[in-house]
Design a protein around this ligand. Structure first.
Ligand code: GYE
Length: 360
């Protein structure tokens, strides 16, 4: 009986210390989240957010991450969906300015056409955070903060991926794996499904892919410097499954037997293309090697099922970094001009092991 009592007492003491620690940790988080900025303010921080749409699994994951993080950080989020139209984004941002929100975050659907609106934000004293995609002329590094012609000075911070590097990674995966997957060939024909024309995700992936292959970045079709890889088809599928399928059908009609590799600028288009390939009586991931970008759930399912070969990860879970950066900016704390996302590459060798712990 005495022994039992002693054991119970020790157990109670351990539980008490554990509870106290986690309370302390919670308080620490709370403190970090409220960091002064709302002190003296009798309301929450108000963030206007212009999202571009819901074109892909990636976008949905990104939106969910932003909305959940705003709740976590106790930020009043005014969320606007532009349905892929830049006009709608400009309208939303103008409304946010009129509403005198504290901060504006936005994903530019295309790279151009942002100077006037961002300067309106600057004039209104509202800081802006560029999320996921970037704007033309920006290298996300501001060398002279007084230079108003430098696009990097039109926004306060950029949070997102290095799209050019993603294009490099696709080409590297292809060169390292395709020869073994297609041993009967020595020259490989590539079909490319581009993302939304003029978006930084499309221009970056397009250029990065060509750079690694030694193909002039400005040309759609061309042969790699070693003569082994030929881009024979390249068209946009606007980052959607439906258009990925449609364009792949057209590719297969015009070139029924010569496509060895498909590079899709995102997984949704790759998944649409897989359907087209199957409907054309070909075996995806064998007759045509399929590489996508994003590493969303649908791509993992396809890799595990053996119908897709690889996906280069692009991280959509940007919400927490957006909120943290917003609070810092409003507190007058220094922030990185470019917060780069951490990413990995997945293929049929590691997809099954990684799949259970994936969050999107
Ligand atoms: O890869 C694609 C999406 O901008 C990184 O947009 C994003 C891209 C993503 O629709 O799936």
């Amino acid at each position: 009986m005495k022994k039992l009592l002693a054991v119970l007492l020790v157990l109670a003491a351990v539980l008490f210390v554990f509870a106290a620690c986690s309370k302390k940790a919670e308080a620490g988080v709370e403190q970090a989240r409220s960091t002064d900025v709302t002190q003296g303010m009798d309301r929450k921080i108000v963030m206007g957010y212009s999202q571009i749409g819901a074109e892909s699994e990636w976008r949905t994951a990104c939106t969910n991450s932003v909305q959940a993080a705003a709740k976590e950080w106790n930020i009043d989020l005014r969320f606007s969906d532009a349905q892929q139209q830049q006009q709608n984004q400009l309208q939303a941002i103008r409304t946010f300015i009129q509403q005198k929100v504290d901060i504006i975050a936005f994903t530019p659907v295309v790279e151009t056409g942002w100077e006037a609106i961002l300067k309106e934000c600057l004039d209104a004293g509202i800081p802006t955070i560029c999320v996921d995609r970037s704007i033309e002329g920006s290298d996300r590094i501001s060398t002279n903060p007084n230079d108003t012609s430098d696009p990097d000075n039109w926004f306060t911070a950029f949070i997102g991926s290095d799209m050019e590097q993603e294009g490099n990674r696709v080409a590297k995966w292809m060169m390292a794996n395709v020869p073994a997957l297609k041993p009967d060939k020595t020259v490989y024909n590539i079909a490319e499904l581009q993302g939304t024309v003029g978006s930084s995700a499309m221009t970056g992936r397009f250029k990065g892919f060509r750079d690694t292959l030694g193909i002039p970045a400005a040309t759609a079709l061309g042969t790699s410097s070693d003569g082994k890889y030929k881009i024979i088809l390249s068209q946009t599928g606007d980052f959607t499954r439906a258009q990925g399928k449609q364009v792949m059908e057209a590719f297969l009609k015009s070139n029924p037997d010569d496509i060895d590799v498909l590079f899709a600028h995102n997984d949704d288009m790759a998944i649409g293309a897989i359907q087209a390939i199957q409907e054309a009586g070909k075996v995806p991931a064998k007759d045509i090697i399929i590489i996508g970008v994003d590493a969303v759930k649908g791509a993992f399912e396809a890799m595990v099922a053996g119908t897709m070969n690889a996906s280069i990860e692009c991280n959509p879970l940007l919400g927490p970094q957006v909120m943290e950066t917003a609070v810092k900016i409003l507190n007058g704390q220094p922030v990185e001009k470019w917060v780069v996302s951490n990413e990995s590459d997945y293929d049929q060798t590691n997809a099954a092991a990684a799949f259970p712990s994936r969050q999107y």
